[in-house]
Design a protein around this ligand. Structure first.
Ligand code: ATP
Length: 542
């Protein structure tokens, strides 16, 4: 089957998300709210599974990472210390004609003829504007379109019948100064702070300003000492957290990819400064020592190897939930791209239908954050290392991922159209969501072959009740069996169990209490004993 074009594919995915209840527009009956999304029954399960898999792999399956669940609104000083109040901004530009706002670095470069005007005059009304304006006209479009746009610009400034002044033209190439949608000049770029502000307490005053956290990480830093005191951990160790974050993104787009409210899964992994490692072990392992794979932590690791280790761990985790290496790109930021405190940062990108984009960033952040909080709070963030007999502020490696971006990546990755036989064996096209069983919203669907045979229905309900304590089960008796399979294919349910007359022993005792187990992807069916179902399925979904 021909591969659908990108936008066509994204349209299909967005429509399936609504139709099957993965993702709805927030506040839809009131016209929606840009940048906010709700997860329907299947989406809610998918997100829970993502978070549970992450939490299990990050902390429950390790000795050296503990969890935290901190509040969303925290002391505003935290954001001063972290630098968010002064620098957490994107450059924005506004269209001079429509006022539409863009992120400056996301404006598509434009090529064509730029028409410049020095102002406009309305002789009859005795009015004049000296505001300069410019419009870009791409090749093939008439100059009149520039004049029309310019007139609109001056009309909006009170010049009712504008005669344009000082028209001149210039060829421009790959300019990002113009609105790609209408050619109008954009304002000069200016910074826009992305933190969402609110007030705490009954008085709306500057003194009561607070922010919805733009990332979960800072809570981990400010609770570093408390967590250390109670968890009996020793450096190197980590603290992880899953929670909501908010950013007043200038231009939310690409479905849920860039939202204003989203969830993050972050780990701060605290390590010894390299000088301490050097003193303790006499050497620092270099990247060329990064053998074998998977890397096994060693006492002589400095930040470089710990960073490399976490990059590898995270890619392996993505693989374990169905995102193959061929769908991911490991992007090592260039020196010039790094934040001033970062020593290295790797972005893990996913090949979305709308482009290859970031899923997670893994940064080596030095001791920047703890030192900043030490400075701003006046409280020591130093750690006494018994083994090294040294006191220091730990350094940190931070893998920071987005739940919603990952849910979207998993949905895009799972979407598949293929051919399946209908009741009569005729091939028809089907949409199947090939989620890895670990993160599939529903693990197994249970069907009685016919709904009007009470013995089949009773048995099927007994199988459902047997499976339910162990996994999410969907029971469905409505419609032809082929149609029921198709519905579960679209929901991404990896297994289907059908209870038929053989189950009841009508074809002989050897098949009694066996069911067919259908595999969503291969559509193959095998006969399985009911007594073996739980262990067999658990093995496949864990
Ligand atoms: P971008 O450059 O795409 O804005 P970022 O580099 O600012 O992302 P980080 O601050 O490193 O992102 O946040 C860590 C992770 O949080 C990202 O990799 C992403 O998965 C998620 N995330 C960040 N911003 C958003 C958003 N607006 N919507 C959804 N997820 C987001």
């Amino acid at each position: 089957m021909a591969e659908p074009k990108t936008s066509e594919l994204m349209e299909k995915i967005v429509s399936l998300c609504k139709r099957r209840g993965f993702i709805f527009q927030s506040s839809e009956i009131y016209g929606g709210l840009n940048g906010f999304w709700d997860y329907g029954p299947l989406g809610a399960e998918l997100k829970r599974n993502i978070k549970e898999c992450w939490w299990r792999s990050m902390t429950q399956l390790r000795d050296d990472v503990v969890g935290l669940d901190a509040s969303i609104i925290m002391h505003p000083k935290i954001w001063e210390a972290s630098g968010h109040t002064s620098t957490f901004s994107d450059l924005m530009v506004d269209c001079l004609l429509t006022k539409k706002r863009f992120r400056a670095d996301q404006v598509e470069p434009q090529t064509g003829t730029a028409y410049f005007y020095t102002g406009a005059i309305d002789g009859g009304a005795g009015k004049e504007s000296k505001d300069a304006f410019s419009v870009l006209v791409p090749a093939g479009k008439p100059p009149e379109s520039a004049r029309k746009a310019a007139k609109q610009f001056y009309q909006a400034r009170g010049i009712e019948n504008p005669a344009l002044l000082g028209e001149r033209t210039e060829e421009v190439k790959d300019s990002t100064r113009y609105n790609p949608e209408n050619g109008s000049l954009l304002t000069e770029p200016r910074p826009f702070n992305l933190m969402l502000k609110t007030y705490v307490g009954p008085v709306e005053s500057e003194d009561n300003n607070a922010y919805l956290r733009p990332e979960t990480a800072q809570a981990i830093f400010v609770q570093f000492k408390n967590t250390l005191d109670v968890s009996r951990q020793r450096v190197p160790f980590g603290v992880c957290q899953i929670g909501k974050a908010f950013r007043n993104e200038i231009n939310p787009r690409n479905f849920t990819f860039r939202s204003r409210e989203f969830e993050q899964m972050e780990l701060e992994f605290f390590i010894r400064p390299d000088e301490v490692v050097q003193k303790l072990t006499g050497s620092i392992a270099s990247l060329s020592d990064a053998q074998p794979s998977p890397l096994v932590p060693q006492p002589n690791w400095g930040w470089e190897l710990w960073h490399k280790y976490w990059v590898e761990q995270r890619i392996r985790w993505y693989e374990s939930i169905g995102l193959g290496r061929d769908t991911l790109v490991e992007y090592w930021q260039e020196k010039g791209e790094l934040a001033h405190y970062a020593r290295a940062c790797v972005d893990i990108l996913f090949k979305f239908p709308f482009g290859t984009q970031e899923l997670e960033g893994i940064a080596a952040r030095s001791d920047f954050d703890l030192t900043q909080h030490q400075k701003f709070s006046g409280k020591s963030m130093e750690y006494f290392d018994e083994e090294a007999k040294a006191k220091y502020v730990p350094h940190v490696i931070e893998p920071s991922a987005g739940v919603d971006r990952l849910a979207l990546a998993l949905i895009c990755n799972a979407y598949c159209e293929d051919q399946a036989p209908d009741e009569k064996g005729k091939l028809e096209s089907r949409v199947v969501m090939k989620f890895h069983p670990r993160i599939a919203p529903i693990k197994v669907a249970v069907f009685p072959l016919l709904k009007n045979k009470p013995e089949l229905v009773q048995k099927a309900k007994a199988v459902r009740d047997l499976l339910r304590p162990h996994m999410s089960v969907f029971y469905d008796e409505a419609g032809a069996i082929g149609r029921r399979y198709r519905r579960q294919d679209e929901a991404g349910t990896p297994f289907g169990v059908t209870i038929d007359f053989d189950t009841l022993g009508e074809k002989g005792p050897e098949l009694q209490d066996t069911v067919t187990l259908r595999d969503r992807d291969t559509m193959k069916q095998e006969r399985v004993r009911i007594g073996d179902l739980v262990s067999m399925l658990l093995e496949k979904i864990r």
